[in-house]
Structure formats: C-alpha cells, structure tokens
Design a protein around this ligand. Structure first.
Ligand SMILES: Cc1ncc(COP(=O)(O)O)c(C=O)c1O
Length: 379
C-alpha cells in the first residue's frame, strides 16, 4: 500500500493552508515549505483522538508531553546521537526557538549567519536585539561549503554566536562530518555558541548522511540544537518545536524565560506521534522525494539549460541559480510570465538571482513547474 497520497488541487486550495490558498487560481505554487502530501494517518488519528478528548488547553510541562523522549529515541535510532530528554525544551516553532535562544543563552555580541540563508534567520537576529553579520559563500564555488576564514574573522572581531543550518536550506546540502568538525574547531577556539537548526535532518535523502552538529561538538562546548517534526511530517500549523540544550543549566534558563510557552497541546500530541509512529510514512516520502529530485534535475538540464543547480542532498527544496538569464528578478518573471510561484525571498549575500523550488509534490506538477519556468525564462 502506498502510504503517501498526493492531495488534489481542489483539496489543497480548500485546505486554508498558505501555499495553495494564497496563490491565484491560475498560479502553480512551488514556494513555501509545505508539501502536497496528505499528513500521515497515525498523526491525524492522534490529533482526532486528542480533539475528541478535549485536549485544547494549555500545553503541559515539557516532560509530561513525552516529546523529549520521542525525539531522543528517534535521534538515537537515526543518527546514533544520544542526549538526555530532560534537556529538551519545547517552543512554538523553530524561528521562535532561535529567538528565545538568542535572547536567553547568547552572549552580547554580533551573531554570524552564513548566507544564502533561510530568510527569517536574517531578521530574527535583529528582533532578538543582536547585530547580524553575514558570511557569504561564493555562489560560483563548486561546493557550497562554509567560509571558515570569514567566520573566524568575524569571531575575532567580536561575534559570539553562529547560526548553523544543518542540513542546509536553501543550499539543500548535508554537511559531511569533516566540514562540521572544521567549523567546530573554529567555533570552539573562540568559545562561540552554535545554534544548529536541524529541522530538515529527517529529510536527508538517499546517498547522504546527516551528522548532528551536537554529536561532533566537544562535550561541554556551547551548542543548542533546534528542530521540529513539523517540516518532515508536513504539519507546521501545529506548534511544538524542540530545543535540545547542551546542559541542564541552559535548559533551566530557557524554561525561566519570562514568556508563556508557545507550543500547543495538539502540537505535542502530533509531534510525539510523528517521531514514534511516522517511520513508514517518512520512508515512503523519502522514496518519492528521491525520485522527484532525479526528475527535476533531468528536466532542468533539458528545459532550463542556463540554470545551475547543485546536487540536492537533503530537503525537498531545490536552489536554482538563474543569474545566467539576466533577469532583474527571476522569481517575479516566473510569476508574471510563467504563472509559477517559486520562492524568491531575499536569501542574503550570495543568494542574488537564485530561486527556491518546492519539489514535495507529484511528478506531474514538477513537470508543469519546469514548463512554466521555461516559458518565463527561455524566451
Ligand atoms: C531551516 C528552517 N528553519 C526553520 C523553518 C521554519 O520552522 P518553523 O515553522 O518551526 O518556524 C524552516 C521552514 O522551512 C526552515 O527551512
């Protein structure tokens, strides 16, 4: 039985979720990171049961939800990464979690964000009252690797925190252990806090391996991992991100933060169900995403010969370099001329002229996406 069901366009447009309901009727949406697949049955069953049981009050204390244990068991089985579930602090969503970590655990001093970056990284730093410093990678480099010389320069100049995205959105990259170790050596030499956003880790595609940053960090070094089941299991509307702290003290400081926790009781139910029962659905998803990236790569080389795409190792988000088309905004051109909505938010230095394409859909829709991009760009 195929556990993965692609929702019809009518269902998606009626769902009230952002990706399809914000798109005009003639526009094919391939932007925000929502998937066109129906949510896994064990998750919807757990949510129905929770709603029927009246689970609509404030979320209980972190430990009562069982989410920390569920994540710890998942991380140990998937990546051989062991941590004490009592160090897992729940938050609303991952961006909220980063904001809380910056405000609570980060020392005074600028915050380094390698770019191109997931756009909210570029704004959350300022909202948390810190100065942002970007360290771009060269968009013409063959491999999207961190600029460790640039990162070290900013640390010497006073930066105290690095926001890492592992695996990387929008590069679609899974960092090999040696690269994370090299980053660790630089960060730890300066005593910097590393906030590692690993929301895309369970979306590591066949052929690549996810290495949790915390698993390569030296014990006692300052590291916080932020993650959530909502990206992999396609349910960002139920809020329950997880912050895995490097120490019990950091966990306590986060819990003391004077703000009502943003996670929801339903988010906790859904997240626990995802980690504990969502394995078969995730396996079917990864098979489909593997086929989709192959199809997309082939279609791009045939129909968009001037676009450049690095190998997609993780996530379902392909980062297309469209600079060779010489368009002022390839994303706007795609929308206006091709009626396809690809993500063209500002990615920071090094991301100019790039768009991000959401591949979590049917092969037929992927073909349409490429045809529409070709109609917009190849003229
Ligand atoms: C790297 C990264 N972090 C965070 C998020 C958003 O997570 P949340 O909805 O939990 O804030 C996304 C969404 O695509 C993402 O790609």
């Amino acid at each position: 039985m195929n556990l993965l069901r692609v929702r019809t366009e009518a269902e998606l447009r009626a769902s009230g979720c952002i990706k399809w309901s914000e798109a005009p009727a003639d526009v094919l949406p391939a932007w925000v990171a929502e998937m066109d697949f129906a949510v896994a049955e064990p998750i919807t069953a757990a949510l129905h049961e929770a709603v029927d049981g009246g689970c609509l009050g404030y979320g209980p204390a972190d430990a009562t939800t069982g989410v920390g244990e569920a994540l710890a068991n998942f991380a140990s089985a998937q990546w051989d990464w062991a941590f004490d579930p009592r160090r897992v602090v729940l938050a609303g969503d991952v961006v909220d979690a980063i904001s809380r970590v910056l405000a609570t655990l980060a020392e005074e001093g600028p915050v380094i964000v390698p770019t191109p970056a997931y756009p909210p990284f570029l704004t959350v730093v300022g909202h948390a009252g810190r100065r942002l410093v970007t360290v771009p990678i060269d968009p013409d480099a063959v491999e999207a690797t961190h600029d460790l010389v640039g990162i070290e320069r900013e640390l010497r100049a006073g930066a105290r925190t690095i926001v890492l995205c592992n695996p990387h959105n929008p590069w679609g990259r899974s960092f090999p252990r040696e690269e994370l170790e090299a980053l660790r050596d630089v960060a730890e030499a300066h005593g910097a806090l590393v906030i590692s956003d690993e929301i895309h880790a369970p979306l590591t595609l066949p052929g690549a391996t996810h290495v949790p940053y915390a698993a390569v960090a030296t014990p006692g070094a300052r590291v916080v991992t932020v993650t959530s089941a909502t990206k992999t299991w396609n349910m960002p509307g139920v809020k329950c991100a997880q912050i895995v702290c490097g120490s019990a003290e950091d966990a306590q400081r986060l819990r003391d933060y004077p703000m009502h926790p943003g996670q929801s009781s339903l988010g906790a139910v859904a997240s626990r169900a995802a980690y504990e029962l969502g394995g078969p659905w995730r396996a079917a998803l990864l098979d489909q995403l593997d086929a989709n990236r192959t199809l997309f790569t082939e279609l791009v080389s045939g129909r968009l010969p001037r676009a450049r795409m690095r190998p997609l190792e993780a996530t379902y988000l392909a980062f297309l370099d469209a600079r060779a088309y010489g368009l002022a905004s390839p994303g706007e051109a795609a929308l206006e001329r091709g009626r396809v909505w690809v993500d063209h938010r500002p990615w920071g230095p090094g991301g100019e002229g790039h768009v991000r394409v959401n591949l979590a859909t049917s092969p037929e829709r992927i073909e349409q996406i490429v045809e529409r991009l070709a109609a917009a760009w190849e003229r």
